[in-house]
Design a protein around this ligand. Structure first.
Ligand SMILES: [Zn+2]
Length: 366
């Protein structure tokens, strides 16, 4: 599994020979598993690194277990460097040759799907899980004092003065309160130790509400979703629900980001929409966050003398009179410029509004 440590290693790796980076979608759910090898061979045709191609193809042909929904491979055969990560989240196909591993898609995945924690509570126990890059793992949980519920009708004759559930005595209320408090303390330690960024709470609505009260404010604000599930639910049920919720949360976050950028652009200076404006901002190193629809491609032209970039065909550069050369993929060109000037790139899926404004938008630095 891809951990922060392994990611750091990739990030730091710099070779004196070219590094081949491959991302391959092997998702059986969308039928990409069987076509993966032919697609890989086709993508590698234009790569002139015979040894690395052999390593990567050899692995996919003979060793890949087919369990992941995509796979990331990095090879620098001349330096005996080979890393492969099977991913539980599908990513688009991509092949890059550079002096470093191409890690942006992984960074994107870690940012979106990394470091979730799930706490499943009832009045006595808490089960805790990490949910990292689509993979659920249960960790030792918390068990408090047994809660002895009174039999129906056998509870206090007086309505609970604190407005609790009728039929519970003060003793029972107190035990639950204590359990929740200790479960929350336990959960906070677990969440901190595992560098959790986003939290999902699970259980009955009542128990979630009680538990949440005992979480410190900073952790309350990291609860992104709650869901109802049995205390004895199996891992696959919890994982499936978590995947659904996290994907929905990711889409919602993207929609908010797109909305913010479009609003900023409409107000004037801090936003740009459409490829021409975005290219201009990217060239000036002004892009803080670039949003690109994942299916958007567009060719363009770049001025050979001043670097002015546009999607419109012109005879001469309006700024310096220079000649244009063709850019087969102007979107990719913008992405590279933004990354080189330390901007963020978000590949956005399923936000029609971004497509409506031309497929790209950017939040600007100043
Ligand atoms: Zn020019």
């Amino acid at each position: 599994m891809l951990t922060e440590q392994k990611f750091e290693e990739l990030l730091a790796y710099q070779a004196s020979h070219p590094v081949l980076s491959v991302y391959l979608n092997t998702d059986a759910l969308t039928g990409n598993d069987e076509s993966a090898l032919p697609r890989l061979r086709a993508m590698l045709r234009s790569v002139d690194l015979p040894q690395d191609k052999e390593v990567v193809l050899g692995y996919m042909e003979r060793e890949y277990d087919g369990k992941g929904r995509s796979v990331a491979l990095f090879s620098c055969a001349s330096e005996d460097f080979f890393r492969v990560y099977s991913l539980a989240i599908p990513v688009p196909d991509r092949v890059r040759v550079h002096d470093r591993p191409h890690v942006k898609p992984l960074a994107n995945l870690l940012d979106r799907y990394g470091y979730y924690g799930i706490i499943l509570v009832d009045s006595q126990r808490a089960r805790v899980f990490t949910f990292h890059l689509g993979v659920l793992q249960e960790h030792p949980g918390f068990t408090g004092k047994p809660v002895h519920r009174m039999k129906r009708g056998g509870g206090s004759q007086y309505p609970d003065s604190r407005g609790g559930t009728p039929g519970r005595t003060d003793r029972v209320e107190e035990t639950i309160e204590q359990n929740m408090k200790r479960a929350a303390e336990f959960a906070v330690r677990f969440l901190s130790q595992n560098k959790i960024r986003h939290v999902l709470l699970a259980g009955t609505e009542e128990n979630i509400a009680l538990f949440r009260q005992h979480l410190p404010k900073q952790w309350q604000s990291r609860v992104v979703e709650t869901f109802s599930v049995s205390m004895n639910a199996g891992a696959s049920e919890i994982q499936e629900e978590a995947r659904r919720l996290v994907a929905a949360y990711d889409r919602q976050e993207e929609a908010v980001l797109v909305e913010d950028v479009i609003t900023a652009a409409a107000k004037g200076r801090e936003g740009a929409v459409g490829l021409d404006d975005v290219l201009e901002a990217a060239r000036a190193g002004r892009v803080l966050t670039l949003l690109v629809s994942d299916d958007y491609h567009q060719s363009g032209y770049v001025c050979k003398s001043c670097g002015y970039t546009t999607t419109k065909k012109m005879d001469a550069c309006p700024f310096c009179g220079g000649q244009f050369s063709l850019l087969p993929d102007a979107v990719e060109y913008a992405i590279r410029h933004v990354m080189q000037s330390s901007g963020e790139v978000e590949i956005v899926q399923d936000v029609p509004k971004l497509r409506e404004v031309g497929g790209v938008a950017a939040l600007l630095r100043y």
